[in-house]
Design a protein around this ligand. Structure first.
Ligand code: C2E
Ligand code: CA
Ligand code: CA
Ligand code: CA
Length: 273
């Protein structure tokens, strides 16, 4: 099999030069994988607290590398960003998600699906046009099932521009979710300034519940505020029964975490719907 290309890494594993080489090979591999549409999308179910039912999901990219096995996005998203590949990757993920959604639709199992959009991609002048064009080759009712997950870094620069694009996407029927809330410089002001539909509270918050009993009170208050503003609230990273109890008591609408499901390949995702 084609291992010869990567032989140097096995030989000079700890060599600084090989780190650079490794990075160059990986970037070239990634470029090719995106071109050949070799990335896959997994779906992590989101469970409604009120009913325990799977009501939606997040699309999460995976890279089945021919020699290195499945590579997680934590390893290649930063490379895609630095190499200028993140927009192509984002469009590929969106396209693969729409294909999955169209299949689910024919089985009458379609549910809303969230797609992660990198700041750099969202802020490109052609973003809206590209998304609209892609959506136009799918049944129009699928548009309302697409939710775009954005992070706060998207809102640092030109708030007016971001607001305009978000409003326009929402007019087409798409939904907007603010991802990773509770990390970095989370500002409550975004909640008032932006036309978002959903707030996703980061796993780091769930982890804090165990260590700090004020965290639960803060969580409940953030969720109450979000509900006042008519946002749906997803809590991410729930792994244990204890965390589930806390998060349920805090008033969250949806839970996404290993306690219920890890991200699933499409064929397994169908079975939980
Ligand atoms: P994220 O958007 O915050 O996605 C949630 C991550 O948390 C996923 O990791 C998911 O598998 C993980 N997770 C969910 N529940 C639990 C849990 O209970 N315990 C633990 N330990 N982890 C949990 P994943 O799939 O490895 O993705 C990592 C990050 O990579 C994502 O974080 C996102 O920032 C980025 N990413 C993934 N797919 C895409 C994509 O298609 N496009 C872009 N631009 N970024 C992506
Ligand atoms: Ca996300
Ligand atoms: Ca997140
Ligand atoms: Ca995260």
């Amino acid at each position: 099999s084609g291992t010869s290309l990567h032989q140097p890494f096995a030989v000079y594993q700890d060599d600084a030069q090989s780190v650079v080489l490794e990075r160059i090979y990986l970037e070239a591999d990634l470029r090719r994988a995106i071109d050949q549409r070799e990335l896959e999308v997994y779906f992590q179910p989101q469970v409604a607290v009120a009913t325990g039912a799977v009501v939606s999901a997040e699309a999460l990219v995976r890279w089945p590398h021919p020699e290195r096995g499945m590579i997680s996005p934590g390893q290649f998203i930063p490379i895609a960003e630095q190499a200028g590949l993140i927009s192509d990757l984002g469009m590929l993920v969106t396209s693969l998600t729409l294909e999955a959604l169209q299949n689910l639709d024919t089985l009458q199992k379609a549910v809303p699906i969230s797609i992660n959009i990198a700041s750099e991609h969202f802020l490109e002048s052609t973003f809206e046009q590209e998304i609209t064009r892609l959506l136009s080759s799918y049944p129009s009712h699928l548009t309302a099932l697409i939710k775009l997950e954005l992070t706060e870094s998207t809102f640092l620069d030109d708030k007016a521009l971001v607001n305009r694009v978000m409003s326009s996407l929402k007019n087409q029927g798409m939904k907007i979710s603010l991802d990773d809330f509770g990390t970095g410089y989370s500002s409550l002001s975004y909640l008032f300034q932006l036309p978002i539909d959903q707030l996703k509270i980061d796993k780091s918050f769930v982890d804090a519940l165990e260590l700090d009993n004020r965290a639960q009170s803060i969580l409940s208050h953030i969720i109450a505020l979000a509900h006042d503003l008519d946002f749906e609230v997803v809590v991410e990273g729930v792994e244990t029964q204890e965390q589930l109890n806390w998060v349920s008591a805090s008033g969250a609408d949806l839970i996404q975490g290993y306690f219920y499901y890890k991200p699933l390949p499409y064929k397994d995702f169908i079975d939980v719907l």
